[in-house]
Write a protein that binds this ligand. Structure first.
Ligand SMILES: NC(=O)c1ccc[n+]([C@@H]2O[C@H](COP(=O)([O-])OP(=O)(O)OC[C@H]3O[C@@H](n4cnc5c(N)ncnc54)[C@H](OP(=O)(O)O)[C@@H]3O)[C@@H](O)[C@H]2O)c1
Length: 290
């Protein structure tokens, strides 16, 4: 099976490339190698290649920058995925396109299912939702995989920033009234391959580790794991910040965006592992060695 990964320099794309390199015939494009803003380039380069699965982990992921760069957000997050879907449809290949929990408005208090109405409250979310629609409108049954709070070793994320701050400062804090679920790139890489086959139902799938937390709980758990792993930190506890205190954010964020993985669990027979286990695994493997 020949697989092409876009966003190969990003947190998720790099992880997929690394984890699949031994098992599949893989090619990856990072931003410099293929710019999704150049649609003709995308058509030219990908149209000339043979592959069975195209994984799009590239995107304009800076939520605040999307708010001020609307056209660019829609070009990269919405128009380009539509072009990718058309290229795949023409070849009989499958597109697996990554999307986000930020397509939801955050008004629910139980996990969002794939059937729940999306209602984005930021331009990032709007552009990603438009991308989902463009992908699903193409013929030949492609897949949209929504993920939340992605972390992993290939590019620093919230959890790495918190650990770094705890190494430097005695007092750190994080938002306590915004909830979702951390999702480990390694676990996404393990969940995805069964979707490479044609037999699996097309459409939207939610991938996340199990459970839910606030950013404060997430950061506290990371610090606890570091302590257990013998990683020296100056801060021991994470104080609470309110979402309303984040005055420097340009874009609104959903206060609750937990993704239900019930559909995946039904397919697989077992749920994804708990986020605490995944974070502990990450810290043990990638911080203990530092
Ligand atoms: N991170 C999260 O918490 C999170 C949450 C929910 C959903 N997601 C979704 O998961 C997917 C992967 O995100 P990630 O966490 O891996 O983000 P990431 O680390 O920011 O990766 C995105 C990649 O896309 C590349 N990119 C940006 N503009 C591009 C363009 N015009 N052409 C080609 N490549 C371009 C970036 O390259 P440069 O950095 O060089 O620009 C980067 O390597 C995205 O679809 C994102 O929306 C992420």
């Amino acid at each position: 099976m020949k697989i092409v990964i876009l966003g190969a320099g990003g947190r998720l794309g790099a992880a997929l490339l690394r984890e699949y390199r031994e098992k599949y015939d893989i090619a990856g494009f990072n931003h410099a190698q293929l710019d999704l803003a150049s649609l003709n380039d995308v058509r030219g380069k990908l149209g000339a290649m043979n592959f069975d699965v195209l994984i799009n982990a590239a995107g304009f992921t800076n939520v605040d920058a999307c708010d001020t760069e609307r056209d660019r957000a829609f070009l990269i997050n919405a128009e380009a995925p539509g072009v990718l879907a058309a290229i795949c449809s023409a070849k009989g290949a499958k597109l697996i396109h990554f999307s986000t929990d930020y397509v939801f408005d955050g008004e629910k208090r139980t996990p969002y299912t794939e059937e729940d109405q999306a209602n984005p409250i930021s331009l990032y979310g709007e552009s990603k939702l438009a991308g989902e629609k463009n992908v699903l409108a193409a013929e030949n049954g492609h897949l949209v995989v929504r993920v939340s709070w992605v972390f992993g070793p290939d590019r620093p994320s919230f959890v790495d920033a918190m650990i770094k701050r705890a190494q430097q400062d005695e007092k750190i804090d994080a938002i306590s009234d915004k909830f979702s679920t951390p999702t480990y790139t390694h676990d996404v890489a393990r969940m995805l391959p069964q979707f490479f086959d044609r037999g699996i139902e097309d459409g939207i799938w939610h991938f996340a580790n199990a459970g839910k937390c606030s950013w404060q709980e997430y950061a506290q758990w990371a610090l606890d794991c570091c302590r257990d792993a013998g990683i020296p930190l100056k801060a021991r506890t994470v104080g609470a910040l309110k979402l309303s205190e984040m005055k420097n954010w340009a874009a609104r964020r959903p206060v609750y965006s937990v993704l239900s993985t019930a559909k995946y669990t039904e397919l697989k027979g077992t749920p994804p592992r708990a986020w605490r286990e995944a974070v502990a695994d990450y810290i043990t493997h990638f911080y203990s060695k530092k």
